[in-house]
Structures are given as C-alpha cells and as structure tokens.
Design a protein around this ligand. Structure first.
Ligand SMILES: Cc1cc2nc3c(=O)[nH]c(=O)nc-3n(C[C@H](O)[C@H](O)[C@H](O)COP(=O)(O)OP(=O)(O)OC[C@H]3O[C@@H](n4cnc5c(N)ncnc54)[C@H](O)[C@@H]3O)c2cc1C
Length: 293
C-alpha cells in the first residue's frame, strides 16, 4: 500500500499555515507527526491534495510549566517528551502516564499529544486525563487566537470544532486543584499495538476526607470522550467510601453508549467502564488523601 500523490507544504510561521489552510479548506490537512494521517492516506481514509507540515514552525515543540498558571504543551511536543518530562511526571503524573502508554516506542518518537487530540478518536489515550484536568486548547486561525475547552472540542469520531483555516497551537493544562489527584486506567485487547477498548480518567480533590471536586472521563464508549456527570454528582461533597465509589462507577457505566466492534462487545465495554472507573476513583482518592495528609 503506497501513499497517494499530494503536495507537501512546510510553512515557517503559524500565520502562514493558517493562510494556507484557509485558502485550501478541505483540500488540505495539517500534519504533526503523521502517525495517524499518513496511515489514513495510505488506506484511502483521507485524501488531501495538500499536507501542511508544522515541523518548520519554530517554538511549537516547547513544553513549559508556570507554577502560577500551569502547563503548556506545544503542538509539536512529542508523546515521548511529554511522557519523560520530569515536571509533568511530578505535577501531572497521569498526563505523563497516558503519553507513555500511547502506542509503541516508534510512534511515541514521531507522534504528538496535540495530534492525538486533533485526531479526535474516541479511544485516544491522552484525552481523558487532560479533560479531567479541565485542559484547554489554544486554537489559532485567520481571525486570531481563541481558547477552547477540551470538553467542547469534539463533535464526533474524527470531528472537531476547528473552523476553516484553524489549527491547534498548544494544549494548556491548569494547575491540578490542591489536594487533588488524577488516575488513568485503560484496557486493550492486544497490548500497545492496539488502541484502548475502554479508557477512564478520574480526578478527585478532597477536603477533610470529602470529595470537593470530581471528574470522571470515559473514552471509547461513545462517539467522543465524555464526562460521566451524574456519577460525578453522586460523589460531590461525599466521603469517598468503597460503597460510594461502587455506586458512582455503576452510574458511570449507565452514562455511556458503547458499540460492539472488533475490539470488544458493547456489553463488555459497559462492564469495564464500571470496573475501570472504580479503580481510577480509588487510586485518585488514595493519591489525593496522601497529599492532604
Ligand atoms: C500502530 C499504531 C498504534 C497506535 N496506538 C495508539 C494508542 O495506543 N493510543 C492512542 O491514543 N493512539 C494510538 N495510535 C494513534 C496515533 O499514533 C496517535 O493518535 C498520535 O498521537 C497522533 O499524533 P501525530 O502527531 O502523529 O498526529 P498526525 O498523524 O500528524 O495527525 C492526526 C490528525 O490530527 C490533525 N492534526 C495534527 N496536529 C494538528 C494541529 N496542531 N492542529 C489541527 N489539526 C492537527 C491531522 O490533520 C490529523 O487529522 C496508534 C497508531 C498506530 C499507527
């Protein structure tokens, strides 16, 4: 299987990239690492006439942390670099872990976290922990820059709210709440050559043993990654006992709409949402309680 013919354009600035994307519309595709895009093109699932590579734009690979505002991951920051970044490992361990569990070493050396997000696969490993931390995307386009909450970015499998001429320049992750922790759990059929059949991130912030803030994000069990909001509400302000976690996890499994495909049946996925949610909530609670003493 070979790649179809296409024009490769390598702008030197974001503005130039946006102008090209605006001019070409659906005929052009942005490329970061190309680990998704080029495979889709080989299989005929994408056929852009032009590919706009971001590699020559300076500054897009940077990862920066500000103790007052949070973490900035540039559009060309590799999965490998996010997984091994000491500050991310320390302050956002679930974000580093999700990057470290994405695909294989070869793909992590080429692929990016932002590419993983923009690909908009419901099963993408990096989205649940970032969404649990209320991450935002920096979107740049012909009309300037805007911030989009990650939870509002996805419109369906492979579909985002990006408009003509726009690209994502970075993902911004606020500081985790004090006494808060995130856990990420996934299950996949054939280890890391396969994508997740179900993935779950849970974030809890605790105050005197009670949940102050809760986020439960489910992947691969709906057309987009989703929050299990009713399950979150069940825990809000409550003690995170085993029983409360069990109840919320069962509720989370009722808030998704899984399908049966070659990776898993809908029934199995729903059951695994309950199991993984309970594991993620328990781990996040224990980590958060460890922080609060
Ligand atoms: C064998 C294999 C195993 C895999 N395993 C996993 C896995 O376990 N977990 C997982 O989550 N994924 C997995 N993937 C998918 C893929 O590798 C990741 O999604 C990767 O992070 C994509 O990053 P990239 O930089 O290569 O994106 P690209 O391929 O460059 O882009 C992906 C999509 O996002 C768009 N895009 C990229 N950057 C931007 C931007 N800045 N602004 C706007 N649009 C943009 C592109 O136009 C394209 O549509 C796997 C892929 C393969 C081939």
């Amino acid at each position: 299987m070979s790649l179809p013919k296409f024009e490769y354009i390598a702008p030197k600035t974001i503005q130039e990239a946006c102008e090209i994307l605006e001019k070409l519309g659906d005929e052009a595709k942005v490329m970061a690492g190309g680990t998704d895009l080029l495979i889709k093109m080989k299989h005929g699932a994408a056929g852009p006439k032009a590919v706009v590579g971001l590699r020559n734009i300076k500054g897009l690979s940077s990862i920066e942390f500000d103790p007052k505002s949070g973490l900035y991951i540039g559009a060309m920051a590799l999965l490998r670099d996010v997984a091994s970044h000491p500050t991310i490992q320390k302050i956002y361990p679930a974000v580093a872990y999700a990057a470290s569990q994405t695909a294989t070493v070869q793909i992590r050396n080429m692929g990016t976290v932002v590419g993983n997000i923009c690909n908009a696969a419901p099963s993408a490993d990096n989205i649940p922990p970032l969404m649990a931390l209320d991450a935002e995307l920096m979107v740049v386009g012909p009309k300037g820059e805007r911030r989009v909450a990650l939870k509002d970015f996805f419109k369906g499998p492979g579909q985002t709210s990006l408009k003509r001429g726009e690209l994502v320049s970075a993902v911004f992750v606020p500081l985790p709440p004090p006494n808060g922790a995130v856990s990420y759990k996934y299950i996949s059929q054939r280890s890391k050559v396969d994508i997740a059949a179900v993935c779950v991130a849970a974030m809890v912030a605790v105050d005197r043993g009670r949940a102050q803030k809760v986020r439960i994000v489910l992947g691969a069990v709906a057309p987009t990654p989703i929050r299990a909001k009713k399950a979150e509400q069940l825990l809000s302000g409550k003690k995170l006992s085993e029983q409360a976690i069990k109840k919320a996890s069962r509720q989370a499994s009722q808030e998704c709409s899984p399908i049966t495909d070659m990776r898993a049946s809908a029934e199995y996925r729903r059951t695994m949402v309950e199991v993984l949610t309970a594991r993620a909530l328990t781990e996040a609670r224990d980590l958060a309680c460890g922080k609060s003493g």
